[in-house]
Design a protein around this ligand. Sequence first.
Ligand SMILES: Nc1nc2c(ncn2[C@@H]2O[C@H](COP(=O)(O)OP(=O)(O)OP(=O)(O)O)[C@@H](O)[C@H]2O)c(=O)[nH]1
Ligand SMILES: [Mg+2]
Length: 441
Amino acid sequence: MSGRTRPPEWERDDSRPRAVLVGVDRGAGEWPVEESLAELERLAYTAGIDTAAMVTQRLDKANPRTFIGAGKAEEVAQLAGAHGAEIVIFDDDLTPRQQANIETILPDVRVFDRTALILEIFAMHAVSREGKLQVELAQLEYLLPRLRGMWGHLVRERLGGGRGARFGAGESQLETDRRLARKRIADLKRELRRVSAARATQRKSRAGSGVFRVALVGYTNAGKSSLLNALTGADALAYDMLFATLDSTTRRLALADGREITLTDTVGFINKLPHGLVEAFKSTLDEVREADLLLHVVDASHVQAEAQMAAVDVVLKEIEASAAPRVLVMNKVDRLAPDERARVVARHPDGVLLSAATGEGVEAFLERLAAEAARDSVTMTVLVPYTHGELVRLAHERTHLVSERHTPEGTALVMRVPSTMVPTFAEYAVDADAHEAGASR
Ligand SMILES: Nc1nc2c(ncn2[C@@H]2O[C@H](COP(=O)(O)OP(=O)(O)OP(=O)(O)O)[C@@H](O)[C@H]2O)c(=O)[nH]1
Ligand SMILES: [Mg+2]
């Protein structure tokens, strides 16, 4: 059993519920079952559940009825009894049918799968109205096909075993539950569309202003919020727990050349991220899809760093954000020994090494960021009439000014402009040579 990644401060607390974790070893692959279970243990801990024991089974294919073998399920039941565990958590997703069958074999415990656990954590950490709506939607869509199982459980509890005479009444109750759930799902979707439309308007106004937009993405706990804080002095929540951040936070940052960019911190990704959650968080993830640049933040000190990077790539592909240019940020280098650093550099020569905690490497990273922001820009020469002072102000804030002169006709500017912002100044663009000639008159 791997307890290797368990922080020393994790004390057993008798008031917390205890669980038996169940993992399937599929042999090959980037995620050894021990590592995946260690992560599941952290997820459980974050949800307020202590781990009493872990069980693994070597399987090439899941059992369609009970996921693990029936004999293994009996072993899990015994272990749960011996440890006084009231919860059993499967490291993979169970079909509604598998879940119902396992609940029959394990009548005295609550059965969770990985998705249910992640949804639970999301529900605990959702703060904004949009975040809460998104989580409730994902939870209901997860529950809907499982309502039969829940009702079956209630039947056993209330009626003391499946008594045929009551079955008809149960059936209609189930129909009622389903109808209510479907209605709530429809309401939530409508409400979310409204909220996200308002957000899209905000986003659009940012896009139209030509600000270079950067999104921080990465595995949960990689240090995205810490990096946002280090760069902008923001006070985004940064905790050593999984899924600390659910709501995206956007902050402005002025680069050394005076240009302003925005940085958006987003929800972290995880291996086997439930598809329903990705769906539900689509509008939050629009920030990632529409960014001009993605900063992929990696916890370079994590034993599974490479597998985590691959898991992030999978999610980025799923949300169709994979085309945006990316910079790899290898964070937490303060935890690396010199030879480990050398290995990271050799493996990711394009990556930036830094520590959001100590600030090491942050200056160099800012230069890289400025270079990236400048890459997508063009040089423009404009003559802005004095009646349009707001454009001059905008130029100061959003572009890299090469020169500024006051002429009788207005303010003459030469500047590096993000290409998205060219239309804003297009009306006052003048031919650079003609402008020079005019200026020397
Ligand atoms: N040693 C070290 N710890 C760091 C560094 N950056 C972040 N951490 C720690 O890593 C943990 C996670 O940091 P966060 O910034 O919350 O990570 P995140 O990527 O925003 O995580 P989620 O919001 O949960 O997805 C915190 O305990 C941070 O203090 C670093 O450079 N060095
Ligand atoms: Mg965070």
